[in-house]
Design a protein around this ligand. Structure first.
Ligand code: FAD
Length: 295
């Protein structure tokens, strides 16, 4: 049955449940696409009723304003999630959680993506952010991605070479939605690769705050240095503004209290940045994205 815009988009929907910080206000409109038809319908509606758009993945790199987001927030539904194999390639959807991608690939004897196991984002978010860790990043393994352009309602193929990848960034525009992706892989022994994934998880548990409300690294690492080392050296672990504090476990993480406020996270990010730049002249650049209005 064809879905109408009323089926696809709902007004005034809370977003906090869609972010790892669990903070933030509602989306003016929240659309959940389950097919390319839905994306086409959303795109047509946006052309007749223009409004700002934001593509939300698993919300693990975001701080959504307490006032919410004006316009339309798009999420990809579960039909955009899945993993298939065409050796040596791993085919997956834009909404697939990265740990699922890593585990499914290993189960099928395909390796290379094990390091994704500790990153709680989606494939689309990882491509947009060129997510990386443990000596690798998305650009090293991505072969190509199908990208739906909400502005024009067209779909195109981008390759690793055309996505303008650099450290934690790509050239994708705000209107671009990654719907599927193909990754390279290598043959692995599933037992060996599973052990490697366990090591990644153990390392993360030991070095990063797990099970708390955060969005991973707050700042990108300045060339040749580590943001966490710099913030730690300034004694800022534990620094608190309202409901947000610099993690005691890893200085480049900011944790929020349950029922925290996005504004507190925002204020703390800029407080840390200002203190670091006043004392060291290093301008830390936020890796996390702020969406919507902040004071
Ligand atoms: C505990 C923890 C550990 C982390 N560790 C790492 C790490 O080691 N390395 C690292 O790089 N990151 C890390 N992160 C940050 C985050 O998980 C990654 O940046 C991830 O790739 C973001 O994916 P997401 O789906 O959550 O994107 P979101 O946070 O929802 O969005 C991030 C950006 O991606 C865009 N986007 C999302 N989905 C799509 C899509 N389908 N198409 C187009 N654009 C899209 C959004 O518009 C936004 O611009 C960590 C986060 C947490 C909470």
């Amino acid at each position: 049955m064809t879905r109408t815009m009323d089926d696809v988009a709902k007004p005034n929907q809370p977003l906090s449940r869609f972010t790892t910080y669990r903070t933030g206000g509602p989306a003016q409109w929240l659309a959940e696409a389950e097919s390319l038809d839905d994306l086409l319908r959303i795109s047509e509606t946006l052309r007749s009723h223009p409004m700002p758009t934001f593509v939300l993945g698993r919300g693990s790199n975001l701080v959504v304003s307490d006032a919410g987001i004006e316009g339309l927030v798009l999420i990809l539904g579960s039909s955009f999630s899945g993993v298939a194999f065409q050796d040596p390639y791993v085919l997956t959807g834009g909404a697939t959680p990265l740990p699922v991608l890593a585990r499914e690939a290993v189960k099928a004897g395909r390796g290379g993506l094990e390091w994704y196991v500790g990153i709680p984002g989606s494939v689309g978010g990882a491509i947009r952010m060129n997510a990386g860790g443990h000596g690798s990043d998305t650009s090293a393994w991505l072969v190509d991605a199908q990208v739906f352009d909400l502005d024009s309602g067209t779909i195109r193929t981008e390759t690793g070479a055309t996505l303008g990848f650099s450290y934690r960034s790509s050239s994708l525009a705000a209107s671009d939605v990654v719907v599927t992706a193909t990754f390279a892989s290598e043959s692995v022994d599933p037992a060996v690769a599973s052990a490697a994934m366990r090591e990644v998880s153990v390392w993360r548990r030991e070095h990063q705050p797990g099970g708390t409300f955060n969005a991973g690294s707050v700042f990108t690492n300045p060339p040749g240095d580590s943001a966490g080392r710099i913030i730690d050296a300034m004694g800022l672990k534990g620094l608190r503004i309202g409901t947000a504090h610099v993690s005691h476990k890893h200085a480049n993480f900011i944790e929020a209290d349950p029922n925290g406020r996005s504004q507190d996270i925002y204020d703390l990010v800029w407080e840390v940045q200002t203190r670091v730049s006043d004392l060291t002249a290093i301008e830390l650049v936020p890796e996390i994205k702020f969406v919507g209005q902040f004071d």
